[in-house]
Write a protein that binds this ligand. Structure first.
Ligand code: AR6
Length: 167
């Protein structure tokens, strides 16, 4: 099932939370900064061993001091206006993150709104990609049964809610 929530993703007590990282996987601002601060320095140490991650792909680490057992780091596309494959890359972030969770036998995963902060992807189209991609992925039963989409702001939550209730 898909759930919507509003708040800080670092507080989510699920099997994994997803990080909207950059391709170095060495930390940054936004949700990435919040996750690294809450997880503690061991997270960065493990990330250093991974050698980065291309846009549209995902990598998994432990969650350290977070309530979540794992962090799945994915790298969303920078928005250039929509003509540089942004939609397919964003879709791939959700699919690859969920595939990785399933490979590790995880049951519950929380996502932030990938690419819609520093990377500039418009929230209206990014939320539609997030919801349709996750719904499609869940149609084929695997270990993941709960996906929670966590919006940081009230405004973003309303956009997501409008899409979910409008279907
Ligand atoms: N919990 C949930 N959502 C959050 C949180 C939080 N604690 N903090 C921010 N958001 P962004 P991006 C929301 O910029 O656009 C980093 O520097 C935020 O409101 O975190 O994918 C990385 O290192 C927005 O809706 O990620 C990369 O360099 C969403 O999370 C770059 O930013 C994504 O905003 C990635 O940019």
């Amino acid at each position: 099932m898909i759930q919507l929530a509003q708040g800080n993703i670092v507080e989510q007590d699920l099997d994994a939370i997803v990080n909207a990282a950059n391709s170095t996987l060495l930390g940054g601002g936004g949700v990435d900064g919040a996750i690294h601060r809450a997880a503690g320095p061991e997270l960065l140490e493990e990330c250093r061993t991974l050698g980065g991650c291309p846009t549209g792909e995902a990598r998994i680490t432990a969650g350290y001091r977070l309530p979540a057992r794992h962090v799945i780091h994915t790298v969303g596309p920078v928005w250039y206006g929509g003509s540089r494959g942004e939609r397919d890359l964003l879709r791939s972030c959700y699919i690859k993150s969920l595939d990785l969770a399933a490979e590790h036998g995880l049951a519950s995963v929380a996502f932030p709104s990938i690419s819609t902060g520093a990377y500039g992807y418009p929230i209206e189209s990014a939320s539609a990609v997030a919801i349709t991609t996750v719904k499609q992925w869940l149609e084929d039963p695997r270990s993941v049964t709960l996906v929670r989409l966590v919006c940081f702001s009230e405004e973003d939550y309303e956009v997501y809610e409008g899409l979910v209730s409008g279907e």
